[in-house]
Ligand binder design. Structure first.
Ligand SMILES: Cc1cc2nc3c(=O)[nH]c(=O)nc-3n(C[C@H](O)[C@H](O)[C@H](O)COP(=O)(O)OP(=O)(O)OC[C@H]3O[C@@H](n4cnc5c(N)ncnc54)[C@H](O)[C@@H]3O)c2cc1C
Length: 467
């Protein structure tokens, strides 16, 4: 394997540089520092080289180079996976950020999206035509990583997971072949790509089904003092039990800063928040959100008709935070689980610690767990415990809080996390349980498409002879 020290010699990547059209960056290059960054500032890896691929030809060249020269390979879409698996130490990183073209076909209501695009790019193009697919809740997240891990967004209860809206993928295999996978061509590979992550090849483009949607939605937040948290959480759980699939909501505990819309007594104080989006005609949404709105005494009620694109952009969080988190699914949200959630949050160590519960259902959980590789189709709730902070000296305190919180809640969970939210230090059983009952089928497909585990900088599914 190439070490970072070796990489600074002039000749190390000359052959590769001569063959690619995009930029090949080494540690001495000006743009290298920026290119090696990922969203989680705890990740500090130094690839020997980063190729900002200009197209499929560059991707094939990089895959061939890494395989033939036994160089560690990683693939960077939007660089937002908390584990930092998009970047590798001492190897070659394929950076897809320059491949971010999007082509909309308004007739067939489909979008062809290159693998370096972000969800902000997709919303921008699709909303121009009054169309949308199930994108992420932050415009800076990469389409590629999120889609390959399943993908959950504001439109999931109405239109399913991102992978439920995926029609076709173009990708480069470990052998450097360019293949198309869809329901009729390489259907098993297509199944694996819908939740099996970056284990099978480098995806260069996705084709998505779009829906008539927007531009205006009924959406916004209800904010309460944290003293009301448990009552608000109970009401949230009960209202969502019978809510139509158009309504998607999150219940959260977090600390808001000194935002101008907040009364001063809530500045830098913990609050309970219910965020909602009604994915239908806004006028039909008012009576549906009413049972949430009329509960208690929200300090802020910002639910109103607003552009869908604006709401999607509200989740932007591109600061270089240090981040640690745990994801877990729950079949139910009993009283004891609610108490654990509210009590643990009282000891949150950071100004940006949070816990968010998403009530699932509708199209998100309508299909059987084996219909795609993403297996978590039965669980009614997803809980994400997260801490963000600035100072490395606070690493231990924040990581401990997340881990202890997670352990306390564990008896109420199914044990399986979302693959898109696995940190780099998760034990092997947690990685496996992210793939749930589909794991052994995924191993068989890995054996067929990547028996040498060239694609291992990910939430890895090792081939059967490398357990
Ligand atoms: C602020 C924030 C908000 C989020 N919100 C949501 C949300 O609303 N819904 C949701 O489902 N998830 C969400 N996530 C999680 C998100 O889905 C994952 O972080 C996802 O991996 C991000 O995709 P990316 O392309 O940016 O990942 P990257 O970090 O670039 O890549 C992660 C891994 O994906 C694989 N990969 C990436 N591109 C390719 C490719 N072209 N071919 C093959 N493999 C590839 C590689 O294995 C890589 O290691 C959020 C994350 C953050 C940080």
């Amino acid at each position: 394997m190439v070490t970072p020290e070796e990489s600074t010699t002039d000749s190390q990547f000359d052959t590769l540089r001569a063959r690619v059209r995009g930029d090949l960056l080494e540690p001495h290059d000006d743009e290298y520092e920026e290119a090696r960054q990922v969203w989680n500032a705890m990740v500090d890896k130094h690839p020997a080289a980063i190729v900002r691929c200009s197209g499929v030809a560059d991707v094939i060249t990089c895959v061939d180079y890494a395989r033939d020269d036994d160089v560690l390979l990683s693939v960077k879409g939007g660089g937002h996976h908390v584990s930092g698996s998009a970047i590798c130490d001492g190897g070659l990183t394929i950076d897809l950020s320059r491949m971010n073209g999007i082509w909309i076909d308004p007739e067939s209501k489909t979008a062809r999206v290159q693998a370096g695009a972000t969800w902000g790019d997709v919303d921008h193009e699709t909303q121009q035509f009054g169309l949308a697919t199930v994108g992420g809740q932050d415009p800076n997240i990469g389409v590629a990583g999120m889609t390959l891990g399943g993908g959950i967004g504001w439109l999931s209860r109405r239109y399913g997971l991102t992978v439920d809206n995926l029609l076709e993928v173009e990708m480069v295999t470990a052998q450097g072949e360019f293949v198309t996978a869809n329901e009729s061509t390489h259907p098993e590979l297509f199944w694996a790509l819908r939740g099996g992550g970056g284990n099978f090849g480098v995806v260069t483009s996705f084709e998505f089904q779009l829906h008539d949607f927007g531009p205006t939605v009924l959406a916004g937040s209800l904010i309460y003092p944290s003293e009301d948290a448990i009552d608000v959480a109970r009401n949230y759980r009960d209202v969502m039990e019978d809510a139509p699939r158009e309504l998607r909501t999150l219940f959260g505990l977090m600390v808001l800063g000194e935002e101008s819309y907040l009364p001063e007594h809530l500045h830098n104080r913990p609050v309970a928040i219910v965020i909602s989006l009604y994915a239908g005609d806004p006028s039909d949404g008012y009576p549906i959100v009413e049972p949430l709105r009329e509960f208690g005494e929200p300090v802020i009620d910002s639910i109103k008709e607003r552009p869908y694109k604006e709401f999607q952009q509200a989740g932007t969080s591109d600061e270089p935070y240090r981040v640690y988190l745990r994801s877990q699914y729950l079949e139910q949200l009993p009283e004891e689980a609610l108490e654990i959630i509210v009590n643990y949050f009282d000891d949150a160590p950071s100004w940006d610690s949070s816990v968010f519960i998403s009530h699932r259902g509708g199209a998100e959980t309508a299909k059987p767990p084996d219909v795609t590789a993403y297996p978590h189709r039965r669980e009614a709730f997803h809980v994400l415990i997260e801490s963000r902070w600035d100072d490395a000296a606070a690493d231990f305190e924040n990581m401990e809080w997340v881990s202890e919180f997670h352990r306390a809640l564990a008896p109420h969970t199914t044990g399986g996390p979302a693959m898109n939210f696995l940190t780099s230090d998760e034990p092997e059983e947690r990685v496996r349980s992210a793939y749930g009952e589909n794991y052994s089928k995924l191993v068989a497909i890995k054996d067929q498409w990547d028996p040498g585990n060239l694609f291992r900088m990910n939430q890895n599914i090792p081939p059967s002879d490398q357990p």
